[in-house]
Design a protein around this ligand. Structure first.
Ligand code: FES
Length: 407
């Protein structure tokens, strides 16, 4: 007998919204492989994970020209793990499994001669898998480009005037977090749109930048840092195609930004980092991000703050740095905002800080969006910590230093 997980529909929760057909579709509709993509992506939580022991049925697959006997009804990644293949740690240059929902393409291998995602592709008898992907151009699902009036936490406040487009932006699919109030879940969980090469994505965004005469270009998500090979090449293409003074902005949750990854991105041409640790307490971070492992949440939260410190210490003369926090009464207290403010002030009170007011979205449609007055309180708390450049996102637009309201 072997143990397996599978997913079933919770009929009384399903609203027939079609998200599981149009945005995050099943690549094994006749027999669940337990990839869990639909479980993570369903906006109405109308999927339940079940477990069972079954009599195994075996099939044969070829991995790097060697034949293996593996249980049927697995994804390629699970079959590989079954035979002892080790995926690389998240944020490394190798093949890894950060999103597991089909958006980031970090797990892609040559499967029956086609570059394809191992996390959602089911195995079949006789399948041929090649794990050496050197020389194959990486891909990733990309939304946009679109011109943006506001930008993100890494967009210098003084460039935003709400009249001219400040950045040309793209958003990439796949995330290593599972935020129940994901503010961009249609992108994050997309596993059906065409995946672009870094060059294709760079060409698109450069075109948008030229049409709208933006001061910068930006990549957000989802989480852009998941597919390192792709991101490095993307910035290299941007670097070659844009004038040096154009900002090349990475908007990231910071969880995978190790010092060597940051060095690599700066060398590749990234000159603007927006890093979002979101909060300071691990329990709060778990609530915001949907992570159930306290160890993992602690590691991610620490990494994100370390990334802020590293970028500031090593690159403050050559890259712009903005830090992101989040606020909603249900998720973060003003006391914690103050702690975050103290932490940032201890690095440098002049660092730009942007606080996003989390609104009802995805699985937390019950959230109440903070009032403008409440966000001004948040701003005041941070300014009382000594921070000089605090911007709060509100339902009436962004409010920045000296109370100037844009929008
Ligand atoms: S881990 Fe497979 S697409 Fe992201």
């Amino acid at each position: 007998m072997i143990y397996r997980k599978y997913v079933e529909v919770v009929e009384d929760r399903c609203t027939n919204c079609k998200f599981c057909e149009l945005v995050c579709k099943c690549y094994s509709p006749n027999l669940c492989t337990g990839c869990l993509a639909c479980f993570w992506a369903c906006p109405y939580e109308a999927r339940r994970v079940k477990e069972e022991y079954v009599e195994p049925r075996f099939i044969e697959i070829w991995v790097d020209k060697v034949k293996y006997r593996v249980p049927a009804n697995l994804t390629v990644s699970k079959a590989l793990e079954h035979i002892g293949f080790k995926f690389e740690p998240l944020g490394s240059k190798g093949i890894s499994l950060p999103c597991k929902t089909g958006g980031c393409w970090s797990c892609a291998l040559l499967i029956d001669g086609v570059f394809e995602r191992s996390c959602i592709t089911p195995i079949r008898n006789g399948m041929e898998i090649i794990t050496n992907i050197k020389g194959i151009v990486p891909r990733r699902i990309v939304h946009g480009p679109e011109p943006h009036l506001v930008g993100g936490k890494g967009t210098p406040w003084w460039e935003v005037n709400y009249r001219e487009y400040v950045e040309a932006a793209i958003w990439v699919a796949g995330c290593n977090l599972r935020c129940p109030q994901c503010q961009n879940y249609h992108v994050t969980y997309d596993n059906v749109s065409k995946a672009l090469t870094p060059k294709e994505a760079a060409e698109e965004i450069v075109r948008c930048h030229l049409i709208f005469n933006t001061k910068g270009v930006a990549i957000s998500g989802g989480e852009p840092t998941l597919n390192r090979r792709w991101l490095k090449l993307f910035f290299e293409y941007l670097n070659k195609s844009l004038k040096p003074k154009v900002r090349r902005h990475l908007d990231s949750n910071g969880t995978l930004l190790s010092s060597d990854y940051i060095d690599e991105l700066v060398e590749s041409g990234c000159n603007d980092f927006g890093v979002e640790p979101k909060c300071v307490n691990v329990k709060t971070y778990m609530k915001i991000t949907g992570l159930s492992s306290e160890d993992e949440a602690r590691r991610y939260l620490e990494n994100s703050w370390k990334a802020v410190e590293y970028i500031y210490d090593k690159y403050r003369e050559k890259v712009f740095l903005g830090v992101g926090l989040i606020y909603n009464d249900d998720l973060v207290s003003l006391r914690e905002i103050e702690k975050a403010g103290d932490k940032i002030r201890s690095i440098d009170p002049n660092i730009q800080v942007t606080v996003l007011d989390y609104f009802p979205s995805f699985r937390r449609r019950y959230l109440v969006r903070p009032t403008v007055e409440r966000m001004l309180e948040v701003k005041k708390v941070l300014e009382s910590c000594g921070l000089k450049c605090v911007i709060v996102q509100t339902r009436s637009g962004h409010i920045g230093p000296k109370g100037v309201k844009r929008g």
